[in-house]
Ligand binder design. Structure first.
Ligand code: BGC
Length: 740
């Protein structure tokens, strides 16, 4: 318990459990308690000393706008995310911010999610590894992270009241692991609980979520802060484990005091919450000495490096990279080249320290003649003159760089998208431009995947640059002219049709609830299970060089222990330096429950010079083979397939091996079936003995005949006994259960 707690009155303690303002917590000078400053996150510091809001409406002081998580998720580079976290930490400290509200690690359940740009991936491992690195980076600078939004907050529609109706296995395997990994590996200062309900109970009032899972299972020792306005019932929230209700919430403290006085709320719960808040704030402040002032130019350069590493080259018939020194005119088409779309709308909105447009960056990087034509308006209105000008510019150029993307008003916090299409004016213009000049490279700016099929026939290359932050324009110029390699790989599948997507039939639900009917089959897990063609698979991305993956070796040190080591040699067989992301997928072949065909369980990004090779060693731990069963994480004995590849659909080698781990018994009860009993290590012996000694010939026959045994497998053992005429079946079952 924090030493200050015993000195505080109940009123003071209750006051500490909600904000003092929009971004501040309460101070109690008498007891030496100084409030902390929390602010958004996650791609930059949105510090608002004056007018505050949680939707990015009012100005914040200028800070580096790093690439959004849609981009950084595609970097597959935890070391880079750690550097980004450290940079955000330095910038937070320079502005006096104690806790930065990020990272966002919700899983992209549907490509339509309005906040997908703020989240890393459709895959829990990738989200968790990147999130943990980001948290380590920022907290290493003495600034707290607030991992958000816990949990099952995967859509914007009705986000403040909808119930995400989702089974526990799906939560544990898909929607929780990123949070779990960050809690267990990076010890975040705070977790932000989400607005929505989970199976009917608000996240902020969900003690199973905030206490049983987060604290008891995972050992979280920071404090839980509510999303801004996510507390509906102060007392229920405190009782469930929401320590801090943000922002300042009228009546919150009074309700807590009244509940304690009336005996409805145990004061010890209040004390524990206060203690957690104070301990975290002490921990942050203690570490906050000796910090160099930030260098905005260095942070801008880091933002550029991250944008390069996050850009995904989807197609390239050899057009890219362009030679900056040799060749004819370059036509730069598209308003986005002049007016970059570099971040998303809502609470993560940053006032950048500088903003590089692609057109400026391209002209600075080349001696070639360069003309710009806006081509289309961002409001989607048709403008024939702009379009004609662009087509004419394309016709006279040697090559065209076409900047397409989603305008600001098509994706944002607060609402979801309704389709995957790019604006028609852009697609139609691209068609005309490509007729005039087939040497077109398309550069995309968008925070969530779009339908790329209409581009594929017309573009000689497509570079997905995402919402690449304030230096995104320079990053694109470096990639286009080959100064840098596009280092990104897709962190989310690009589907062919919205109707193919996992959540389609259940999206976005009703005003009250949304059913997670696809269960664990999110992202590539779904496209693989349903054998869907996709436009571009999870994990995919091209570079400017080529790689081979050879000599794959999977070794299992001891088959009785669920652990394997994967080794593979990666060679750069091309002419340029570049990077490759080696991905290891696992599938359980003999599982007693349905399991995805393949799940990402390890990955590593390697950078190699031309001709260079490296032997990688990736370790698969117990969790890589486990599913969430009735008794928790379960590894079953049997065959597992390990695949090594460069996307979920580009598998270079696979190996199958058998694990001989002990089988975890099902939990037997009065309703257990014949099959349950026979699969149970001691239960099967007891049942076999029972029937061997029994005078019930018919039932004994059924049990001993393999065909019949299969037919009666799903029958409760009790029913079988009753059918056999045992009036005391329930007592027999009790007796067998006590022995098992
Ligand atoms: C968002 C959070 C954000 C908070 C404070 C909420 O609307 O959901 O992500 O951190 O506002 O701005």
């Amino acid at each position: 318990m924090h030493q200050a707690v015993s000195q505080l009155t109940l009123e003071e303690k209750a006051a500490l459990l909600s904000g003092a303002g929009f971004w501040n917590t309460v101070s109690v000078p008498r007891a030496g308690i100084q409030g902390a400053v929390l602010t958004d996150g996650p791609h930059g510091v949105r510090y608002q000393p004056a007018e505050s809001d949680h939707l990015g409406v009012n100005q914040s002081v200028s800070a580096t706008a790093f690439p959004t998580a849609a981009a950084t998720g595609s970097s597959w580079d935890p070391a880079l995310l750690e550097r980004m976290g450290a940079a955000l930490g330095a910038e937070s400290r320079s502005l006096g911010v104690d806790v930065l509200l990020g990272p966002g690690v919700n899983i992209k359940r549907s490509p339509l999610g309005g906040r997908n740009f703020e989240y890393f991936s459709e895959d829990p491992l990738l989200s968790g590894v990147l999130g943990a690195a980001w948290v380590s980076g920022i907290q290493g600078m003495g600034v707290g992270a607030s991992v958000k939004h816990f949990a099952a907050n995967n859509q914007e529609t009705e986000r403040m009241r909808v119930s995400s109706d989702v089974d526990e296995r799906t939560l544990r395997e898909i929607f929780f692991p990123a949070f779990e990994r960050i809690v267990t590996q990076a010890r975040p200062a705070t977790i932000m609980c989400s607005y929505n309900r989970i199976n009917g109970v608000f996240a902020s009032e969900n003690s199973w979520l905030l206490t049983d899972v987060l604290r008891d299972d995972w050992g979280f020792d920071g404090y839980v802060v509510s999303d801004w306005g996510a507390v509906n019932d102060a007392v229920a929230a405190v009782a469930a484990g929401t320590d801090l209700a943000m922002p300042a919430t009228a009546g919150h403290a009074d309700a807590v005091v009244a509940a304690v006085r009336s005996g409805r709320l145990d004061e010890a719960i209040v004390d524990a919450s206060v203690s957690r808040i104070l301990e975290v704030h002490d921990r942050l402040r203690v570490d906050r000495d000796d910090i160099d002032p930030v260098d905005p130019a260095a942070l801008h350069e880091l933002a550029c490096e991250i944008a390069v590493e996050s850009s995904v080259l989807l197609t390239n018939d050899g057009l890219l990279p362009l030679d900056p020194g040799v060749g004819g005119r370059i036509a730069v088409v598209g308003e986005f080249a002049r007016t970059p779309r570099f971040q998303g709308a809502g609470s993560s909105h940053i006032s950048p320290t500088q903003l590089d447009s692609a057109i400026e960056a391209l002209s600075a990087a080349t001696r070639r003649d360069l003309v710009f034509a806006a081509g289309f308006r961002l409001d989607g209105q048709i403008d024939a003159a702009l379009a004609d000008e662009a087509v004419a510019a394309a016709a006279e150029a040697d090559v065209v760089l076409f900047f397409a993307g989603l305008p600001d008003d098509e994706e944002s916090e607060g609402f979801d998208r309704t389709h995957l299409r790019l604006p028609t004016v852009q697609v139609e213009l691209l068609r005309r431009v490509a007729v005039a000049n087939p040497r077109v490279a398309v550069v995309l700016s968008n925070g969530a995947v779009v339908d790329v099929r209409p581009l594929m026939a017309d573009a000689a290359a497509i570079l997905e640059a995402w919402l690449g932050g304030q230096a995104g324009g320079t990053a694109v110029a470096r990639i286009v002219f080959g100064e840098c390699e596009p280092g990104g790989r897709l962190a989310e599948t690009i589907p062919l049709e919205i109707e193919h997507t996992p959540a389609f039939a259940n999206w976005p639900g009703t005003r009250k609830s949304v059913l997670y009917g696809e269960r664990i089959y999110v992202g590539y897990r779904w496209y693989d299970a349903t054998r869907r063609e996709v436009a571009f698979p999870f994990g995919f991305g091209l570079g400017y060089t080529s790689f081979t993956l050879t000599d794959v070796r999977v070794s299992v040190p001891d088959a009785r222990i669920a652990q394997a080591v994967v080794e593979v040699t990666v060679s750069n067989t091309g002419e340029r330096a570049g990077s490759e992301v080696v991905q290891v997928y696992v599938g359980g072949l003999d599982a007693s429950v349905d399991r995805p065909e393949r799940e990402l369980k390890a990955f590593e990004k390697v950078r190699l010079q031309p001709g260079e090779r490296r032997r990688l060693r990736l370790v698969l731990d117990e969790r890589a083979f486990a599913y969430w069963g009735d008794s928790g994480w379960t590894v079953e004995p049997g065959r597992f397939r390990v695949e090594v590849g460069t996307s979920s659909r580009h598998i270079h080698a696979q190996e199958v091996f058998t694990l001989d781990v002990p089988r975890v018994d099902v939990v037997l009860d009065g309703a257990s079936t014949v099959a349950d009993w026979l699969s149970h290590s001691t239960g099967s012996v007891i049942v076999e003995q029972y029937f061997a000694a029994s005078d019930d010939a018919a039932t004994s026959f059924m049990m001993n005949d393999p065909g019949t045994r299969r037919i009666i497998g799903s029958m409760p053992l009790r029913t079988l006994l009753e059918f056999g005429g045992r009036g005391d079946a329930s007592e027999v079952i009790e007796e067998l259960l006590s022995r098992a």
